[in-house]
Design a binder for this molecule. Structure first.
Ligand code: EPZ
Length: 423
């Protein structure tokens, strides 16, 4: 199993370019199933989750032509109506393929999605199944597979009892080809959802309200070819900003959208972390002292759960006690005990709340990354720590961060990859 060896303590400096958003690309790729015409995607990140997603699409019969950061997709017809477990089990977002298959081809069969370990047990998909049923699909479960079928989907009104990002995106794209109007309520408002709606409308869909709690989709017969430039990855942007602050480094983050991480930047201002920003860049300045500050993760535009792990590392270097309240996922605080092994002073209050007392020195350790966001947080902790840290299971990190060791070495980080990058 490949791993990273990191020597901590160095100041970093220079520029780092943000890649296209993983969590935007993972929806645009399945959305290609909605159209029989060519889809062109630009600014595609070269990461494991995207490779798995394109493999799944090819297995369904898509023609995929891949460039450096671009991809052309054509799906004239389906080679099969079933998501094979060897693909679906590696990708939590595989559920995103079901809606478009149902909408355009009338049926889909799939195993319960695998992928991320966070979230209680196997991640729930009740909102997706309820939504498909409300749109007129029949759902059966047979031999560990779900079967969803519908001659023609019919518009409906659906209220999300839990705000769900992929739930919102999946039902929004599924309703594009339904007969009549669909109104989705209590929707997630992430920038990736607005970007998906903009892209689909560019192909002839009729979606209004994306980015607000209520989205209205007027069904159309078909949608056409489309070209989509993937928006910058706001979680990469926030992660690199936190890494700069934690290592007291001056780093310029480019090809990003600082407006997508206002929740983090507003907190930085309260903590004495100075920054300058432009339309597509963000410069973090080293701060002598960083004030502790409590956070509570929340759906967008609140503090993103995907920045919670890196932020927890930052709080080990802040003056005072900070309460970290993870409201979205179970088990996303599990990595705190690895931080404690490195010397952090953390009290586990309950499965959703920890108190971090800082500042404390961190010391290099052997660690295993449980999920991609905890994995990158460990790299930040290793860069802050004195001594050598070894991070195993780095497939989890390669899932979401392209060539992360190469990009950090360019900033002066002492990080080596042992084992191949099987992209
Ligand atoms: C998306 O996951 C992102 N993934 C996650 O990023 C992100 O952490 C999450 O949104 C929250 O912002 C992608 O976009 C591919 P949810 P998603 O549905 O949509 C419950 C990363 O690190 N729920 O918004 O799967 C669920 O258990 C990943 O890049 C149901 O109960 O998250 C959770 O508690 C991790 N039933 C809550 O909703 C359902 O049918 C929010 O989850 C679906 C979800």
């Amino acid at each position: 199993m490949s791993k990273f060896i990191i020597e901590g303590g160095a100041r970093l400096s220079g520029e780092i370019e943000v890649k296209g958003a993983k969590n935007a690309a993972l929806k645009i790729i399945p959305a290609a199933l909605l159209s029989e015409e060519k889809i062109t995607i630009k600014n595609l990140p070269n990461i494991e989750d995207i490779n798995r997603s394109l493999e799944l699409l090819e297995d369904l019969g898509a023609e995929v032509r891949r460039g450096r950061e671009t991809c052309e997709i054509e799906i004239k017809r389906l080679a099969k109506d079933r998501l094979e477990p060897q693909f679906a089990n590696k990708l939590r977002a595989s559920i995103m393929f079901v809606g478009p298959m149902l909408a355009r081809f009338g049926e889909a069969r799939f195993p319960h999605p695998g992928g991320c370990v966070i979230g209680a047990g196997a991640r729930p998909i009740d909102l997706f199944l309820e939504g498909f049923e409300r749109l007129g699909a029949e759902i059966r479960e047979k031999d560990g597979f779900y079967e969803v079928k519908a001659k023609r989907l019919k518009g409906c009104e659906y209220f999300f009892t839990t705000v769900s990002v992929t739930g919102t995106e999946c039902l929004m794209m599924t309703a594009v080809l339904a007969e009549g109007v669909t109104v989705l309520k209590n929707c997630a408002m992430e920038p990736e959802i607005e970007a998906l709606a903009e892209y689909l409308n560019g192909q002839g869909a009729r979606i209004k309200g994306a980015g607000s709690p209520t989205i209205t989709i007027e069904g159309v017969e078909r949608i056409h070819a489309g070209t989509y430039e993937i928006i910058p990855d706001r979680i990469e942007t926030g992660t690199f900003a936190i890494m700069a602050a934690a290592t007291r480094s001056e780093i310029k983050i480019t090809k990003c959208d600082p407006d997508h991480i206002q929740s983090l930047l507003a907190i930085f201002s309260k903590q004495g972390i100075r920054y300058e920003k432009g339309k597509d860049w963000l410069m973090i300045k080293p701060a002598k002292t960083i004030k502790a500050y409590n956070i509570k993760t929340h759906e967008y535009p609140g503090f993103p759960t995907d920045l919670q792990s890196p932020y927890t590392v930052l709080m080990t270097q802040a003056q005072g006690a900070s309460l970290i309240h993870e409201t979205i996922y179970d088990r996303r605080l599990l990595f705190a005990d690895m931080l404690m092994q490195m010397g952090a002073d953390i009290i586990m209050c309950d499965p959703h709340r920890i108190v971090v007392n800082g500042p404390t020195p961190l010391y290099g350790r052997r660690l295993t990354s449980p999920d991609l966001r905890a994995g990158i947080a460990m790299i930040i902790a290793a860069l802050v720590a004195q001594g050598q840290t070894e991070v195993d299971n780095i497939y989890q990190i390669d899932r979401g961060y392209e060539n992360i060791d190469g990009r950090l070495r360019a900033l002066g980080a002492d990080i080596r990859r042992i084992g191949t990058l099987n992209l």
